[in-house]
Structures are given as C-alpha cells and as structure tokens.
Design a protein around this ligand. Structure first.
Ligand code: MN
Length: 244
C-alpha cells in the first residue's frame, strides 16, 4: 500500500506511527510544512527505504516562514522529494498571496536548477495559477497534485501538462470527487491520506487507512483490489525511476 502524502511528523506519536508503517510495509511519502522541520522529520524514515521525507514549505504558512527559503536551498541537494508546496486560494489567506507566490516560484526555480524533483503540490482554490507556474517551470520535475479539487476543465489541463495525482478517501466521498478521479489517467494515480490533517469523525486518518482508498479506486476502475494495488505499485516504481 502507498500513502504518498501524509505528515508523519505532525501525529502526536510520530515514531510509533512510522514503526507501524514499517511493519505493514507501507510506502510513505511524509511531507513537511517548513524546511526547518525536515532534518528531524527525516529521522522518521530510519531503517526503511519505503518511508521518504519530502522537503516543503506549506502555502498556508509561507508568509510566516519565507525566511526559510535559504535553508530550503541548502537542504534541497539531500532529497529528491519536495512537498508540501503550492498555493492556497482561501480568501482568508489573500493578504499573504504575494508571499505564497514568491515561495512557490523560488522553490520551482531551485528544483529546476537541481535537475528536477518529485513534487507533492497543494492547489486548493488556486488550480489555474498553480498550473500556470508549473508550466513556467517544467524542469522543476514531476508534479503530483494532492487532493485535487479543481474543475474538470482544470483537471484536463493538469493531465495535458503531465501532472500526476494523489487521491484520498475523503475526496472520493463526493460525486464530484469520484467524477474527477475517474477522469484521471490510471497510470498517473497514487493513494494518499493527508493525515493527520485529514480526519473522519474527529479522528485523524492513519497512513494504513489507504486500504479504503484502494477499495474505492478499485470500484471506480471496476477491477479487483489486487489489480488496483498492482497498478498503484507499478505507478510508484515508474515515478521514482523517472527522477534521479
Ligand atoms: Mn497535506
């Protein structure tokens, strides 16, 4: 199983969650929200090459941590995974839009200079602008749009631009979400939880809850769970091989 977007370091017991991921042989991409969180978060992958820790600057706090862009550049050569990065168009964050933009452009430019990375990208209420930036920095690497919530038209543009998608159970609970997922190319999809941010009935999703996402995907694709899992693992292998 694969959880390609969660925040291991933000669970109350990160090391026991990571240990459980190891014992269940889960592939995990643990994204971070600030560059300064990366060195410590990275230790969560100890003993498992299945747990990767991405270097990020979350758009919702970009204005608070804009000074860490220098640190981002220092750490970037140490990883091929970058996230969580992106833009968030929430009206309450409008006054910080310039900072979000500056952070994302800086990060994409640095990734392009580094020869391309695997990017876990947040695009809530900002899909069109995120797509424009990704198009302006195509050498930044392969973008995996996490929890995509744009329109079908925006999705078609993302597909055309070569984006991948990480999808979760909560997004597939709405008709719109399922329609979007069924429109995504099967060879560019991975599963995610976005735990512990993503919660159900007040309880944070755990990385192994992707088992439910696999079930929903298998239903949409009308294949068996085994077949679905095979496709997802094949996708992950192809993705990680595509960026050195
Ligand atoms: Mn997230």
């Amino acid at each position: 199983m694969i959880d390609f977007h969660c925040h291991l370091d933000l669970y109350s017991e990160p090391f026991s969650i990571a240990a459980e991921c190891r014992s269940q042989e889960l592939y995990v991409l643990s994204v971070t929200t600030t560059p300064s969180a990366w060195p410590t978060s990275r230790t969560l992958s100890n003993g498992s090459d299945k747990i990767r820790v991405a270097l990020g600057l979350h758009p919702q706090i970009a204005h608070l941590r804009i000074s860490e862009l220098e640190l981002f550049d220092e750490l970037l050569p140490l990883t091929k995974y970058v996230g969580e990065i992106g833009l968030d168009g929430d009206p309450q964050l409008r006054k910080f839009h310039a900072d979000q933009l500056r952070a994302l452009e800086h990060i994409l430019r640095s990734c392009a200079k580094a020869g391309g990375k695997i990017l876990s990208v947040h695009s809530r209420r900002a899909t069109t602008q995120v797509m424009a930036l990704l198009a302006a920095y195509v050498d930044a690497g392969v973008a995996i749009l996490h929890w995509f919530s744009g329109s079908e038209r925006e999705l078609d543009r993302a597909i055309e631009q070569g984006c991948w998608f990480s999808v979760g159970t909560l997004m597939m609970q709405t008709k719109k979400g399922r329609a979007l997922v069924s429109r995504m190319p099967r060879d560019r999809i991975l599963t995610e939880t976005d735990g512990p941010f993503a919660q159900r009935a007040g309880v944070a999703l755990s990385p192994w809850d992707v088992v439910e996402t696999e079930k929903l995907l298998a239903e949409i694709w009308q294949v068996s769970i085994d077949e679905c899992r095979k496709t997802l693992l094949g996708n992950l292998a192809r993705l990680t091989r595509s960026v050195m």
